[in-house]
Design a protein around this ligand. Structure first.
Ligand code: NAD
Length: 298
């Protein structure tokens, strides 16, 4: 099976370097026309550069089609303009990879509200901005593939990244509602949690691991998740050529009879509430209420 993006138009945000660049190069090599978005700032989100234009040059040199966009994902109007220009040039938008990101790591005790605000703004609101900007087009086309970029920090936590983790789990939450709203228009929405040696992680990985975790090893997961036969509502982890899935599960739970619904009652049955035997993976929020109803009916 060959996965082709011929006649597809893709937007990759934050594609001026790191993972986004690697996604853009592979999509273009597979025939996609690619918008390389990046404002080209530093790791903490300050400054600008022509990083996007450089990746466009690389794609063109390899025989692909691409255009640069220097807009910031934090500015909804700039994302609307990017989509309008894309449609004007290439007639549609079939793929969106929300990848742009910054870091402002500090323990929560030392974190300024402004650091929390900016990180959530770039990752979570930035992805919502770009997705909103392409959403109507994808609905009209009855075709859309959207990838959100989460992180192990969002899914599982990491010391010093409260702002980043909150934004990243928010993206998994955004996926979980958009996959429902997009389903009838063939819009598939997934979440990727990558691990890669980029400037974002250069001070974390030892040199050998940095090479093993090269961005190209995450590309297969990202590209599959925005392909024609992509699944939807998945959370996939990828790094160094290894892949796994993450799920938000619900235990069978337990109910307290009327008259025993107290904190002491919860303490008494807490082991039963948290027992993972027979846990499920709800496909929408309403399954929580349905499970409760079933429990109450005995
Ligand atoms: P990176 O710093 O190389 O790439 C991020 C890119 O986003 C940069 O090129 C930057 O200029 C761009 N960007 C930042 N703010 C922007 C804005 N407002 N508008 C447009 N572009 C903007 O780092 P990376 O490791 O390639 O990260 C890519 C994505 O993967 C990020 O969302 C990151 O949080 C996520 N991620 C990376 C890892 C990892 O191990 N590298 C792990 C988990 C998640």
């Amino acid at each position: 099976m060959t996965i082709s993006f011929k006649d597809r138009v893709a937007i990759v945000t934050g594609a001026g370097g790191g993972l986004g660049r690697a996604y853009a190069l592979d999509l273009a090599a597979r025939g996609a026309k690619v918008v390389v978005n990046d404002l080209g700032g530093s790791r903490d989100g300050t400054g600008t550069s022509d990083a996007a234009a450089q990746v466009v040059e690389e794609i063109k040199a390899a025989g692909g089609e691409a255009m640069a966009n220097g807009g910031s994902v934090t500015e909804y109007e700039q994302m609307v303009e990017m989509v309008a220009k894309t449609k004007e040039a290439w007639g549609g938008v079939h793929v969106l990879i929300n990848n742009a990101g910054i870091l402002r790591d500090k323990s929560f005790a030392k974190m300024e509200p402004a650091d929390f605000d900016l990180v959530v703004k770039v990752h979570l609101l930035g992805s919502a901005n770009c997705t909103k900007a392409v959403w109507e087009t994808m609905r009209e086309q009855n075709y859309g593939r959207i990838l959100m970029t989460a992180s192990s920090t969002g899914l599982y936590g990491n010391f010093g990244q409260a702002n980043y983790g909150a934004a990243k789990l928010g993206l998994a939450g955004l996926t979980k509602t958009l996959y429902l709203e997009g389903a009838k228009n063939n819009i598939k929405v997934n979440t990727l949690a990558p691990v890669a040696g980029t400037r974002m992680t250069e001070d974390i990985f030892p040199p050998e691991a940095f090479a093993q975790f090269k961005p190209e090893n995450v590309v297969p997961a990202a590209v599959y998740l925005v392909s024609e036969d992509a699944p939807t509502n998945m959370i996939i982890g990828a790094g160094a050529g290894a892949f796994h899935a993450a799920y938000v599960t619900m235990t069978q739970g337990a109910a307290l009879p009327e008259g025993e619904r107290t904190a002491e009652g919860v303490a008494r049955i807490f082991d039963k509430i948290t027992d993972r035997t027979g846990e499920t993976v709800p496909q929408s929020g309403s399954e929580q209420a349905m499970t409760i109803m079933r429990l109450l009916q005995g």
